[in-house]
Design a protein around this ligand. Structure first.
Ligand SMILES: Nc1ncnc2c1ncn2[C@@H]1O[C@H](COP(=O)(O)OP(=O)(O)OP(=O)(O)O)[C@@H](O)[C@H]1O
Ligand SMILES: [Mg+2]
Length: 507
């Protein structure tokens, strides 16, 4: 084999944040024409390293070489000028603008010099060339998450990215969209692009990567491992430093009384179109009911209706003996109703507040946290100290703002707050999205423990493996209706897939 050319090299990169060394003398190299997977647990330093490469962060030490030449990158614009582009986990698109407008936004050209129809043609050509189908004239808000991601990739290609960094690109995609993305990535490598691929989904890594580099607590623990012939278990071992069971240990459920009864529920989505049509379901104490479905088939609206974030247009919901309607004081339901929201940064936590403060968000008004007029500071500390140990939350201190925690640890803060009071019902939405395998394992354990402590759990997830291994019963949502229901044990993944695509249970 001839020696492959290095597209980029990073030597001995050091990047610190208050209280942590996010990158501790990290070496990393990506060759021309390869997909290089960057793996590591939550907080290992993957995004930080790639933000350094993409010109977002300046490292305290170390150097970057592009095609063998040393470069200093002060901004993302300088990085892209050297052919390095990054697609972040949170997209940076402007919703009211069109695809083409977003693609040229931020390019340093006066607006009047931009010929929009010419740009639209160029974008259409690029999207044709790379199989990234999207209408250049569509507004961003009209697009699905998968399409928005294509716009981000196109934006980078338009600017001439040779090295494309994708930070957890598949976390928000359906299995079908993942296939399409992988096709595009393979195509890009054939054209001489290099891809840095960050993911927690080891099946995908085995499927798409040529080589793998692993970070653990800011340091490289394995570099340039060929992906071919490597198993998921070996990768997991490299990441976590111990064996990982890809299986959930659980006893048979002992369902009790009905804790949630939903009858004829209807609700609209954000565009005022019907999203839930006459949905009826029950959840009993001590069971996990999984809701399967392709994103956009009413799962979000169901979770929002149940947690008071969206007003139904028809139907009845009962939690234990409490009717959930517009007279419900949702805040006061905190003890009976737990919610693990889809967007943990927006609804699940308050970024600027500390770990200790986030842990009391649901009970600051009750003793022992509240003492009449004021908050009892020592009770707040005791509560946080206890939960940080019990839920193994990795944080520098309990005073640290939660925006500094890694994704997995932020999720543990929310779980600790929501489960420490034995609610009747828990609505868990994508509870392990973006979490590493270790954190996923502990969230799964926590959910099973919660079930065994008699909470009824409604689990909404797009990860079929997760649904099948955790749930006792499964419901499939399609276009806002229940397309089928079955026990999870022995459920056939193929049948579920068909129902998710609209086939009726009896077909
Ligand atoms: N802007 C920031 N301010 C302070 N600390 C930060 C910041 N960004 C990251 N960190 C810290 O640096 C460390 C590495 O974080 P980073 O986001 O790079 O991890 P990651 O490997 O991408 O994790 P994940 O899989 O959860 O995305 C973590 O301890 C994190 O808390
Ligand atoms: Mg990250």
């Amino acid at each position: 084999m001839t020696e492959a050319i290095n597209a980029i090299e990073m030597h001995s990169i050091v990047k610190r944040f208050p209280g942590v060394v996010a990158n501790d003398h990290v070496d990393f190299a990506c060759q021309v024409g390869e997909v290089h997977a960057l793996l590591g647990e939550n907080g290992a330093g993957k995004s930080t390293l790639m933000n350094v490469l993409a010109g977002m962060y300046r490292p305290e030490a170390g150097e970057i070489l592009v095609s063998g030449k040393r470069v200093v990158l002060h901004s993302p614009q300088e990085a892209i000028a050297h052919g390095i582009g990054m697609v972040h986990q949170h997209f940076m698109l402007v919703p009211p603008h069109s695809v083409a407008e977003n693609i040229v936004l931020g390019l340093n050209q006066p607006r009047f010099l931009l010929n929009l129809s010419h740009i639209e043609e160029q974008v259409a050509a690029l999207s044709e060339q790379y199989g990234l189908s999207v209408n250049p004239r569509a507004k961003i808000w009209e697009l699905s998450v998968g399409e928005q991601q294509r716009v981000e990739v196109l934006k980078m290609l338009y600017r001439g990215a040779k090295v494309l960094i994708l930070d957890e690109p598949t976390a928000v995609l359906t299995p079908q969209e993942v296939e399409v993305l992988f096709h595009t990535l393979r195509d890009m490598t054939k054209r001489g692009h290099s891809i840095v691929f960050i993911s927690h989904k080891l099946d995908e890594v085995v499927a798409i990567a040529d080589r793998v580099t692993v970070l653990r607590r800011g340091k490289v623990t394995a570099a340039n491992v060929p992906a071919k012939g490597t198993t998921k278990a070996q990768l997991a071992q490299l990441m976590v430093g111990r064996e990982v069971l890809f299986q959930v240990d659980k006893k048979k459920a002992q369902p009790g009384d009905v804790v949630l009864a939903v009858e004829g529920l209807c609700a609209d989505n954000d565009r005022s179109l019907p999203a839930l049509r006459n949905v009826s379901l029950q959840v009993r104490a001590g069971e996990i009911v999984g809701v399967a479905g392709v994103a956009g088939n009413g799962q979000r609206e169901l979770a929002e209706a149940l947690t008071g974030l969206r007003r139904p247009t028809a139907g009845k919901m009962t939690l234990g003996k409490i009717a959930l309607d517009r007279h419900t004081q949702w805040l006061k339901l905190g003890q009976q109703l737990a919610h693990i929201p889809e967007d943990r940064a927006v609804f699940g936590s308050v970024a600027e507040l500390s770990v200790a403060e986030n842990l009391i968000l649901k009970r600051f008004y009750r003793p022992p946290i509240s003492s009449g007029w004021s908050i009892n500071a020592s009770a707040v500390r005791q509560n946080a100290d206890r939960l940080v140990v019990q839920y193994q939350i990795a944080t520098p201190t309990i005073e640290t703002p939660v925006r500094m925690l890694s994704g997995g640890n932020l999720q543990k803060v929310i779980l600790a707050r929501e489960t420490s009071e034995r609610p009747y019902l828990m609505v868990a939405v994508h509870p392990t999205r973006g979490l590493d395998i270790g954190a996923t394992e502990s969230v799964h354990k926590l959910l099973i423990e919660q079930r065994d402590a008699d909470t009824g759990i409604l689990l909404i997830s797009e990860d079929l493996d997760e649904l099948l291994s955790l749930s006792d019963r499964l419901i499939v949502l399609y276009e806002g209706q229940i397309a089928g229901e079955m026990p999870a044990e022995g459920a056939d993944i193929h049948t579920i897939g068909l129902m998710m695509a609209g086939a009726k249970a009896d077909a």
